[in-house]
Design a protein around this ligand. Structure first.
Ligand code: FAD
Length: 317
């Protein structure tokens, strides 16, 4: 079912959804089931599965030179989606990125998804590869997520890259895109970022999932800015509990988000063993407030840690 239909059927009730990462190569599907099994009691209408492109690694050769090799550390997104649908009977949403894909490869990937009965995709640009200082699209690939949204929108009209295909089968993808309550780090300013987000909606996207945030005010301001810009699609807040002290630095470095002063002070003065409890209580408070504000769904970044998420959702619903 289309995600937007899930929201319609919920008739104003706040849903919960979860996001999982494919296990590192060598791991098994059981890793995903172990994360999701305890969360299925909350009846998530959909589960997101992230996509991870290949990374470069440098191996030192006997000669002393380094050999550059491309490896994919977390393959399996589409297989995991199919497996989730099969085991739990819920929708799964593969993340699809521009990085590493030509338009032709994107088209073929979308055909596979449609044949598998996957109705929703989260369309993203992807980040720069490690050791590259900026995002570099494939020679015949998309530079921005908006271009990927346009390609999917075309396929929904039966328009394929090969213009000799007449009356092509119309796909029926519901497309989500990413939004950034604290602005995307490459954007010149917040307002321009909102404009680029609006472009993605105008190109055919039907809902927004946000980057994680730890201060609900940033989300409420973002939502208001979206509304002021004429964005009317559902906006799903994505959140995650802080569980370890080192995340005070690693999360801002990786995701370009801020922690509110009160949370930072509490974590800094806490013993390591108490950090997860503080993070859980913080995230529970966030969830309760978001639910009270009437968001259509709260999206939890599980990062493979379902026990804490389970407690948060139990204490929120
Ligand atoms: P875009 O919307 O293309 O924006 C990228 C940058 O370009 C922004 O600064 C934007 O303001 C700017 N921009 C947009 N359009 C234009 C234009 N026309 N001209 C000039 N500048 C423009 N990454 C993964 O690799 N795999 C995942 O599974 C994944 N899942 C994610 C899920 C969520 C909910 C979120 C929030 C992010 C996720 N990411 C994932 C990370 C994401 O790929 C990065 O944040 C990436 O840097 C930007 O992706 P985007 O889709 O927002 O890009």
């Amino acid at each position: 079912m289309r995600i937007t239909d899930h929201f319609k059927h919920a008739a104003g009730q706040t849903l919960v959804s979860f996001e999982v990462l494919p296990p590192l190569k060598g791991g098994s599907m059981q890793d995903i089931f172990d994360t999701l099994d305890p969360l299925m009691e909350f009846k998530p209408p959909f589960i997101d599965v992230t996509y991870h492109r290949e990374e470069f690694v440098y191996n030192k050769r006997a000669s002393g030179y380094y050999e550059k090799t491309a490896i994919r550390k977390r393959p399996g997104t589409v297989g995991i989606c199919a497996s989730i649908m099969h085991r739990y009977g819920v929708d799964s949403i593969p993340h699809l990125i521009c990085g590493g894909f030509s338009k032709e490869e994107t088209e073929n990937a979308l055909i596979d998804l449609q044949f598998l009965g996957i109705d929703n995709v989260l369309a993203l640009r992807g980040d720069a590869r490690k050791f590259e200082d900026k995002f570099v699209p494939e020679e015949d690939g998309h530079k921005y997520a908006v271009d990927l949204v346009k390609q999917i929108h075309d396929m929904n009209q039966g328009i394929y890259l090969d213009s000799s295909i007449e009356k092509g089968a119309k796909t029926d993808f519901c497309v989500g895109v990413a939004g950034y309550p604290e602005k995307h780090f490459e954007s010149p300013n917040f307002q321009q970022d909102i404009q680029y987000l609006k472009d993605k909606i105008d190109a055919g996207a039907s809902y927004i999932v946000t980057q994680m945030f730890f201060d609900n005010e940033t989300f409420f301001n973002f939502k208001k800015a979206c509304e002021d810009a004429g964005i009317t699609v559902p906006i799903v807040p994505g959140i995650k509990p802080l569980t370890k002290k080192y995340q005070l630095n690693s999360i801002p470095r990786k995701f370009f988000v801020n922690f509110p002063e009160t949370l930072v002070k509490e974590i800094l003065k806490a013993d390591d063993k108490d950090v997860a409890q503080i993070g859980m209580e913080w995230c529970t408070q966030q969830s309760r407030e978001l639910k009270a504000s009437g968001v259509p769904c709260i999206h939890y970044y599980t990062m493979g840690d379902s026990k804490i998420i389970q407690k948060i959702v139990e204490n929120t619903l």
